[in-house]
Design a binder for this molecule. Structure first.
Ligand code: 0PR
Length: 392
């Protein structure tokens, strides 16, 4: 560390030089990310409130109240006005909280197990590892849909929780939440839905008349949901969301920190100090965009998704892994050629896509920063690469 500080101008110059290495959303080259440029009014609001700490809500009563108001708004989107909720560092923390609740609600089980589809996000592996839970993974069928019979067969007397996904990481698919609900509804098994991605897409797709199966609190057996502002909510990183049907669980299982300056309270979080600015910003984003603003954003993402899907269908040697349900497109090869070489060549041309080797697919997430012109350029390059590699 320097003894004498540098001039601000000099520091800013160094930073802008160093950060040139970063890829930007605006350039369109980031095609495989579930994050995007936050909504600009949210950024403006965030900058005013960066020091708010929801880890000590007794000091920031106004911020805590805004968090409650925000949960109430989202409760409307998730179809149960009586839920409680809180904002986390992301989907991983929200899923970890859900897994902990599933385990703690069943102290009678000494070797707890949770059943997830094998398309579940890696955060469930992390949570299982940290909590000493055995994760049981249910197979997918040839269309990447959950094999419900296999899922059911993995449930036994040690099962404390099950997970369904509304917007899978690899393909944006929706698990049969109602069917999973029927399997567990009379059992003492916690049912968590991971809608980290889908949470701020699916409610708006309904307004656009897409047929979306029930996936939220309208399904009686669903106990909790992850839905992340910093994905399709256009929120500021880091902001995930955890929503819970039975508010009494907070009293039972919340952690207490008795010495806080603002006084005692109960919380589920893994982190202590917790950003309030991101929550205030998301409150402002929802107020500013309204339902119609989100509908327009989702409409454009879905139009671009359909455009991309149609283009992929035209390229000899490539095919869609499955028809996109939301704004995620999986691309695979027609004759089982490895997708890795395509991914490598795409990277050389600065197209940063997601690669899922297990499923032999590359993933494009058609986020709001992805414009049609970016997709046209991408398709041109992709077509050339497929020819160069003699994929047919
Ligand atoms: N659940 C689902 C269904 C997810 O897809 C993700 C992350 C999570 C939970 C965990 O969320 P956090 O990352 O907020 O903890 N899915 C993204 C993905 O794997 C994460 C990501 C985001 C990766 C941006 C790359 C990237 O550029 O695609």
């Amino acid at each position: 560390m320097l003894r004498e500080g540098l001039e601000k101008q000099e520091i800013l110059k160094i930073l802008s030089e160093k950060l040139k290495k970063d890829y930007s959303y605006k350039s369109g080259s980031i095609l495989g990310s579930m994050c995007t440029e936050p909504f600009d009014f949210g950024v403006e609001v965030y900058m005013n409130y960066i020091s708010k700490n929801l880890g000590d809500p007794g000091l920031f009563l106004g911020t805590a109240e805004l968090e409650e108001e925000l949960v109430a708004e989202i409760a409307g989107l998730l179809n149960d006005k009586n839920i409680i909720g809180t904002f986390t560092t992301g989907g991983s923390e929200a899923n970890l909280i859900a897994m902990r609740i599933a385990k703690e609600l069943r102290p009678d089980i000494s070797n707890p197990e949770v059943v997830v589809p094998c398309s579940a996000h890696v955060s469930f592996d992390k949570a299982a590892n940290l909590l000493g839970i055995k994760l049981k993974k249910a197979n997918l069928d040839d269309n990447f849909e959950l094999d419900l019979n296999h899922f059911e067969s993995l449930i036994n007397k040690n099962t404390c929780g099950v997970v369904g996904i509304a917007g899978t990481t690899s393909l944006g698919l929706i698990d049969p939440i109602e069917d999973i609900g029927k399997i567990v509804e009379d059992e003492n098994i916690f049912f968590h839905v991971d809608a980290a991605f889908g949470g701020f897409v699916l409610p708006f797709m309904r307004y656009l008349n897409y047929k979306i199966p029930a996936w939220d609190f309208s399904v009686k057996a669903v106990d909790s949901i992850t839905a992340d502002p910093h994905k399709m909510g256009l929120g500021i990183i880091p902001s995930g969301g955890f929503f819970l049907r039975d508010s009494s669980i907070l009293q039972k299982l919340g952690f207490e920190i008795p010495y806080l300056a603002g006084g005692n309270f109960k919380h589920f979080h893994i982190v202590g100090t917790r950003p309030g600015g991101t929550v205030i910003a998301f409150w402002a984003i929802l107020k500013s965009l309204g339902i119609n603003g989100f509908i327009e954003i989702v409409r454009e993402c879905m139009e671009n998704t359909q455009y991309l899907a149609a283009c992929i269908n035209e390229i000899n040697g490539l095919k869609l892994a499955t028809n996109p349900v939301m704004n995620v497109v999986g691309i695979t090869t027609e004759n089982n050629d490895s997708i890795c070489k395509i991914d490598e060549k795409l990277r050389k041309k600065n197209w940063m896509v997601g690669k899922f080797e297990d499923f032999n697919l590359i993933r494009i997430v058609v986020m709001p920063h992805v414009q049609k012109i970016h997709l046209q350029n991408f398709i041109n390059d992709l077509e050339k690469i497929v020819k160069e590699l003699n994929i047919s």
